[in-house]
Design a protein around this ligand. Structure first.
Ligand code: HAM
Length: 440
């Protein structure tokens, strides 16, 4: 038997259905915020990630899937989506052809060679947004509230945004120096990763999961004390706008992020259930420039779909249907032809319909209809069909009635409607909104 590669998952059954539901909610919310869908390649030149994410980051040094293709090019499976979107923005000269800011979102698989465990995979999926071409704190707040609101609409009402500021370059340089001065006497005591970080990226010592609990970490310098006046003002504005947007957030000076491209606002989305971040992002004003485009301030985030879906399933809060509208039952070939014809008619009219494909007995078909929680059974019987009739049985009340075949669609229109609403009208938040309006 051939098994799936380590760190990958098969999405099936309930998980696959919740996944599709989550994607539908994301698509529908993105449309309302006017973010356009963007799709970039799953593999890119290795150099893009080295220059984009940072040569010294864990992602680039330890986690990328790199290979040479048959033309001897250095290729990397994308470990995240931002670098590819920025590459596309520059390559397609969107700064010249689009009205700024460009607001895009994506959804796809990423690849990181990490030690697999629950919520941490080697093939992972992210949905993410990037806004290119604005340095107004308003857009930082919009992007954060977008992530927060999607979580809320999916039922993760305990989401809290942990937010911090890394300030401008000068603020970060000052802070880096202060951190090195502070940790220098403790250098021997730091874990091996932090020893390396000391020179390459001292900010990451702050969020080290191994050393973090050590007593002297409590007194370590805090970034917000090192922000320039402009950086402080920027951060204050972001928080002010988040208040207006009613986002639950917490200032958390441990958030420094694992990718090198950030400045100013950085944030992660946490839920009370989970100590793994569901998503994270921030501002990256210099990446477009660093990758060869014109200076373009940007902000964005990505959410791990695997973690998001796991969280929804573990709480049983998905909003997806677990029933079907009708099951068409038959025994002989003439009846079967009606099953084929009518199932097509009903499906094309918007109803969720199942029928029999393997010649089971009627008794087994009843069982199968129950397996799918069918609301109605449509019993196709040759004698009735010759008279232009079908029997419809309500599978809950067990009441039966015979109706003319040509009234079948009207019958279902009348008896089944609410459950077939489009997804955004089904979404709990929209419904709550409507109910509130009605109550007022
Ligand atoms: P990131 O924090 O590296 O940011 O990843 C974002 C999210 O992807 C994480 O919060 C997590 O939910 C999910 N994730 C990351 N690694 C794994 C893994 N091995 N298994 C499962 N889920 C994982 C970025 O990727 C940035 N590009 C976000 C961004 C966009 N910043 C600005 N724009």
């Amino acid at each position: 038997m051939i098994n799936k590669p380590k760190g990958t998952v098969d999405l099936t059954d309930k998980e696959a259905r919740v996944w599709k539901y989550v994607e539908e909610v994301i698509d529908s919310v993105m449309e309302k915020y006017n973010y356009n869908y963007i799709r970039t390649p799953i593999f890119e030149s290795t150099e893009l990630f080295h220059r984009g994410i940072g040569d010294s980051t864990d992602i680039v040094t330890k986690e990328t899937y790199d290979f040479k293709d048959r033309g001897e090019r250095n290729i990397t499976l994308r470990p995240e989506g931002t670098a590819g979107v920025v590459r596309s923005y520059i390559e397609n000269k969107m700064y010249g052809t689009h009205s700024l800011p460009v607001k895009v979102y994506y959804n796809g698989t990423m690849y990181r060679y990490e030690r697999p465990q629950k919520g941490r995979y080697r093939e992972l999926s992210q949905y993410g947004v990037e806004v290119l071409g604005s340095n107004d704190p308003m857009i930082d707040a919009e992007v954060i509230s977008l992530a927060y609101n999607i979580n809320k609409m999916l039922g993760l009402t305990d989401t809290v945004v942990h937010i911090n500021s890394l300030g401008d370059k000068q603020s970060r340089d000052n802070y880096r120096k202060a951190l090195k001065d502070y940790f220098r006497p403790h250098l021997d005591d730091l874990c091996n990763d932090c020893k390396e970080r000391f020179d390459k990226n001292p900010l990451r010592i702050i969020d080290c999961k191994i050393d973090n609990n050590k007593e002297y970490f409590k007194e370590a310098p805090k970034i917000l004390d090192y922000l320039s006046k402009e950086s402080k003002d920027y951060f204050t504005k972001v928080c002010e706008y988040l208040d207006l947007l009613e986002v639950k957030y917490e200032i958390d000076q441990k958030i420094v992020r694992g990718l090198d491209y950030y400045n100013h606002t950085v944030f992660e989305l946490m839920t009370t259930n989970n100590n793994l971040a569901i998503g994270g992002g921030g501002r990256y004003d210099n990446l477009v420039d660093d990758l060869g485009g014109p200076f373009t301030p940007c902000v964005g985030y990505a959410v791990g779909l695997d973690r998001l879906v796991n969280e929804i399933i573990s709480r049983d809060i998905d909003n997806i249907r677990d029933d079907i509208d009708a099951f068409l039952m038959y025994v002989n070939e003439d009846e079967k032809k009606y099953a084929i014809y009518l199932s097509n008619l009903l499906r094309m009219s918007g109803f969720v319909v199942e029928t029999e494909y393997t010649g089971r007995s009627l008794k087994s078909q009843f069982k199968r209809a129950d397996h799918f929680n069918s609301k109605y059974l449509i019993l196709l019987n040759s004698d009735d069909l010759n008279d232009g009739l079908v029997t419809i049985k309500n599978n809950k009340t067990k009441e039966e009635e015979k109706i003319m075949i040509e009234y079948l669609i009207y019958y279902f229109d009348e008896h089944i409607s609410d459950d077939n609403l489009p997804i955004d009208e089904k979404c709990s938040c929209y419904n709550h909104g409507k109910e509130d309006d009605e109550n007022e």
